[in-house]
Ligand binder design. Structure first.
Ligand code: SF4
Ligand code: SF4
Length: 441
């Protein structure tokens, strides 16, 4: 890992991106649960007195403008919340009509739905299956770990209802990802969490989301203010240990069978490619959030007055996406990196992660370091060798899962890593090249 900071970011936002991502919140911040760490529940106060339901006018404008603005043949329509299923099935049936009306010929449309699963039943699952939705289901691990924070409005745990939803999705063959937050409670149980998803639930797609809840000077949470965190927030070193423990198990036996978005997104850094998740990109600004009123914000994590781009009933969405303000937002991700990041050996993979987490000082007192830095640095260093092997395999047109055979052959599993080859010896990745011409370069 010897690629230190470049002077300019590898990718810079253009005036009108050919494709972008919008998370639409048809029910605003309204939810039928009361998860302790949810940052979005507090957004209700942005729209006091609102019905928190997307009108048909906003719905139609959103779908029409989204399709008009895309210059690529794939469009994602992303539904999120709050809890979007509170809108009822008829809202989504109407969306299918609107999408059929406004999609350009030859355009492939994928709908995604992020849900807590509580309202899912046979009718929902049939609809989701028939319309090929990709569902994200929020679940934090086995019962005790899930129920620690994911409670209903009566303070009861929700594990049974969410697990039932997962089984229902499986019965109806709906494709789904597990979105698991990683908090101070479950972060000490990485293998328990991972094995529950893999072995008991039979899930093949996972995304791990660190809980970093800032507290401002008034003791409030839910905004991008303050440099303290709640005691529910994962600690940086805990986050690193959590990722490392799961990675070690995954890379030994599950590559190609279980997909962990965090690992896929990080692998892009070893491949010098644009990644699948915005947090590891050098710039951002192409993932916006749309409120039920038609208000478009710079990002789902910045639904705050200072990041309101405008309303799509007044200004076409593409103008808001391409606005100087939004480009500045995306470019700031690179431009505000502290010196510690610019000199960091894993900058090309991490890129300082998400700006929402950059609120601590560097060791030399510069502001803007990522709260999770210690954990990420530990993880990226730890994963360097297997990730390097996977990147080498992919570059040769081979499958990333061959890493398991390569590493087993070299007895690198179980922490018994062999010494690095000499410069003129064959590279450990199986490329057939000398080490000095491959991973030893
Ligand atoms: S602010 Fe964070 S979550 Fe939002 S687009 Fe940028 S990297 Fe992604
Ligand atoms: S946040 Fe930490 S690990 Fe990431 S680039 Fe900055 S210094 Fe490196």
């Amino acid at each position: 890992m010897d690629r230190n900071a470049a002077a300019t970011p590898p990718g810079t936002a253009t005036a009108a991106p050919p494709a972008f991502h919008v998370m639409a919140k048809p029910a605003g911040a309204t939810c039928n649960l009361n998860c302790a760490y949810c940052f979005f529940l507090k957004k209700e106060k942005l729209y006091p007195g609102s019905s928190s339901r997307m009108s048909d006018e906003v719905h139609e404008a959103y779908i029409r403008q989204l399709f008009e603005a895309h210059q690529v043949p794939q469009v994602t329509v992303a539904w999120q919340g709050g809890e979007p299923t509170l809108m009822g099935l008829d809202f989504f049936r109407r969306s299918m009509e609107l999408q059929a009306r406004y999609r350009k010929p030859g355009t492939q449309v994928e709908n995604t739905l992020q849900t807590n699963g509580i309202l899912l039943d046979d009718a929902w699952c049939r609809f989701l299956h028939d319309n090929q939705f990709l569902v994200g289901l929020s679940l934090d691990g086995p019962r005790e770990l899930h129920d620690a924070y994911r409670k209903d409005k009566g303070g009861q745990g929700t594990f049974d209802r969410v697990e039932r939803a997962a089984r229902l999705l499986q019965q109806h063959q709906v494709e789904f990802n597990i979105l698991s937050t990683v908090n101070r409670r479950n972060a000490d149980h990485p293998l328990e969490v991972y094995r529950y998803f893999r072995d008991e639930l039979g899930a093949h797609y996972l995304q791990l989301i660190p809980i970093v809840e800032r507290v401002n000077e008034r003791g409030e949470t839910g905004s991008q203010e303050g440099n303290r965190v709640t005691d529910r927030s994962v600690r940086p070193e805990q986050w690193g240990r959590f990722l490392i423990a799961i990675f070690d198990e995954w890379v030994k036996r599950d590559v190609g069978r279980t997909f962990v978005l965090n690992f896929d997104g990080a692998l892009a850094g070893w491949l010098d490619m644009a990644g699948t998740i915005c947090i590891f990109g050098p710039t951002c600004g192409t993932s916006m959030a749309l409120e039920h009123t038609g208000d478009l914000y710079s990002c789902d994590h910045f639904v705050e007055p200072g990041y309101l781009l405008g309303n799509i009933l007044e200004t076409p969405m593409i103008q808001l996406v391409a606005s100087a303000r939004q480009r500045r937002f995306g470019q700031d991700k690179w431009d505000t990196l502290p010196r510690t990041c610019r000199q960091c050996e894993v900058l090309h993979i991490c890129n300082g992660e998400c700006p929402k987490n950059r609120f601590v000082d560097t060791p030399d007192g510069e502001p803007g370091l990522n709260y999770l830095c210690e954990g990420y640095k530990a993880f990226f260093r730890h994963a360097d060798r297997p990730m390097g092997i996977m990147a080498g395999l992919i570059r040769q047109g081979r499958l990333a899962e061959d890493v398991m055979r390569v590493m087993a052959t070299r007895e690198e599993v179980g922490g018994t890593e062999q010494p690095r080859p000499a410069r003129n010896e064959p590279c450990f990745c199986g490329s057939g090249l000398k080490f000095k011409r491959c991973h030893g370069k």
